[in-house]
Structures are given as structure tokens and as C-alpha cells.
Ligand binder design. Sequence first.
Ligand code: NI
Ligand code: MN
Length: 224
Amino acid sequence: MKLRFLGHSGFQITDGGHEVVIDPFMSQNPATSVEASEVAPSHILLSHAHGDHYGDTPAIAERTGAAVVGAVEIANYVSQRGMQGVGMNIGGGFAFPFGQVRFTPAWHSSSFPDGTYGGMPTGIVLEMGGKRIYHAGDTALFSDMRLIGRKGLDLAMLPIGDFFTMGPDDALEAVKLLAPKAVIPIHYGTFDPIRQDGGAFKARVESETDARCLVLEPGDDTEL
Ligand code: NI
Ligand code: MN
């Protein structure tokens, strides 16, 4: 499985002939040079409807015909705008051709840029290419993260930006609850209120837990 960090909370994940994208936010992202035209997924997985996650979904879906997978309110919204929506909900999983997707709780809110309610925000557990990874979306720390990690996680993508989500202190607690093999910090450095030191977070993760921490710049890729 190959991951490319698109910036903010966005990832392109490829394995064999499959490509999926999570939370693509590039064209309005001042901190990434990756362009929306560089991805061609069959499915776009959305953690919630906020503009910094929904982002380039319409342009990518229109160009590629990608299905948009998220909370049922997200699927309804995109379906009304000519996209193909797949509406799921928290706790539910489904085996797609590329792998298994399961939506988890997230403590946050969810509305589209035009104010339309986006349903409950979510995290995403994706099993693909023999790996199990958790994208936390935007969330506060919560103790049920222990349940999300109970089957073992090869990777957790966790927000560390603070202000809108958990910051580095709580994200470090999240790593202890989830016990993943690897961590990628996300949702920081994009805007002024969420500036954080990724290297300092990595040092704390690797001294206080067994996880290794990968600090990726937008556009970087890594093999899992
Ligand atoms: Ni958000
Ligand atoms: Mn966000």
C-alpha cells in the first residue's frame, strides 16, 4: 500500500490497481502544491463535510466519476449535485472492491461550506492491501479510541493542530489508546491557528510509545 500526503488531512492511497482518496483539500489549501488533477480515485472517502475536508471533492468526482463515501447526509448532498454518493453511518462497515471501510465516532461537528448539515462527523478505518489504517478525521480525544485500536492498527493518522481538534498533548494520549505501529500527524500547519511542530510531536511519540512517527510534507509519499 502506498500513501501520498495531499496536505492538511488529505491522502491518496493506492494498492494494486486501486486508488482511493481521503479528505481531498488542495486547491484552496495555502500549504500544499499538490493539485486536485493529480488524483484519479474510484472512491473519495470523507470524514465530514467541512470545507477543509470536502474541498476538491466535486471537481475530482466530476472528472473521474469517483463515488463519494461518507455519512448518509453527505451522500444525500452530493447525490443532489450530480455525484454518486454512498451513504453509510457510524459503526457500519462495507467491503468495497478496494477494501473494507468502517466509520467510527469523532467528536466534532459537520456542515458543508454553504451551511447544510453534514450529519455526524466520523473517523475512518480502512483495510486495504493487507493493512488496517485509521484516519481520525477531525476529533477531540476520546477514550473509546481504545476500541478502535483493539484489532491492531498498522497506521493512525491523527490531528495535532489544536484549536479545531485535539492538539499534540491529547494526540499523544490517542496514540497510547490506539497503539498503532505508526502515526502520521495531520491537520496542522495549514492555517495560523493550527501551527504545530511536527518534529517535536514525533520525538514525544517515539520516546513515550512504541509507535514510529512519520512527519510528511504535502506531496510526500510513503510505503506501508
Ligand atoms: Ni472539521
Ligand atoms: Mn478540519
